[in-house]
Design a protein around this ligand. Structure first.
Ligand code: ADP
Ligand code: MG
Length: 239
């Protein structure tokens, strides 16, 4: 089999509204991401980052164009099939954590396994919880956690099924400087330790320096797409 990118977008478009008030949130975007790659998508607010990421992960449907994940065209699937595919192959991390408030840390983390009806590998989950630095918080409820702990929990939930792809939308957007750096370091560790392919969108230009590749967006189009020759560890980023 020929070498295949793990994630591709072809001529992706998403517009909202029509006529005079039409907004082209994503305008003919094509890209491909290699397995294990860490890609940063940067652009100012309103440039289309979230719209793009949601379509790459099948959370939102394009007006036209296609997305393939591990060779499967995700918008050729019906909604149910795409939901199952997404749960098994793609993890999402959002700015506002999106934890389930009535579930504790452990229950939030294993939720995708429960939803999938498969068995929890306790050993694997315990090790992961240690990597996340949450071993003392497993029975805490989300409202008893700091922002950083909530995001750690959300990252755990996103990677518990060891997805091929981890998509992060401004994962540090609601966190202070030091906590942001801890979370970025954790995402970097996840990429190294578990080998998940990562696409992280951010409006913080400094964060792009930790990625293998940088894609810049402006008004829904790709302005630049380049390999980062001078990768800086998350712990050494400054802004
Ligand atoms: P970013 O994440 O880079 O801030 P978004 O992807 O959220 O950008 O938005 C890109 C553009 O699409 C913006 O002009 C935004 O106003 C518009 N947009 C996003 N979602 C919607 C929506 N549901 N309805 C109308 N316009 C939208
Ligand atoms: Mg956004």
């Amino acid at each position: 089999m020929a070498f295949m990118s793990i994630l591709t977008a072809k001529d992706l478009c998403k517009s909202y509204g029509s006529g005079e008030s039409m907004v082209k949130a994503i305008d003919h975007v094509s890209l491909s991401v290699e397995s294990g790659e860490f890609v940063a998508v940067v652009g100012s607010s309103g440039s289309g980052k979230s719209t793009l990421l949601n379509m790459l992960g099948g959370l939102d449907t394009p007006t036209s164009g296609e997305v393939t994940v591990s060779g499967s065209d995700i918008f050729k699937m019906d909604d149910e099939k795409r939901t199952i595919f997404r749960r098994r192959n793609i993890g999402f991390v959002f700015q506002n954590y999106n934890l389930v408030p009535v579930l504790n840390v452990y229950e939030n983390i294993v939720l995708p396994i429960e939803l999938d009806g498969t068995k929890v590998d306790e050993g694997y989950v315990r090790t992961m919880i240690k990597t996340l630095g949450l071993e003392k918080k497993v029975t805490a409820m989300p409202n008893q956690l700091s922002g950083g702990q909530q995001q750690r929990t959300a990252i755990g939930r996103a990677i518990v099924k060891n997805p091929d792809i981890l998509l992060c939308d401004e994962p540090t957007g609601a966190l202070d400087y030091n906590t942001s750096k801890e979370i970025l370091k954790l995402i970097e560790d996840v990429n190294k330790k578990y080998g998940n392919t990562i696409v992280m969108v951010t409006h913080n230009d400094a964060i792009k320096n930790m990625a293998d590749r940088v894609i810049t967006l402006r008004d829904g189009t790709i302005r630049k797409n380049y390999l980062n020759e001078n990768k800086i560890p998350a712990s050494e980023l400054e802004w």
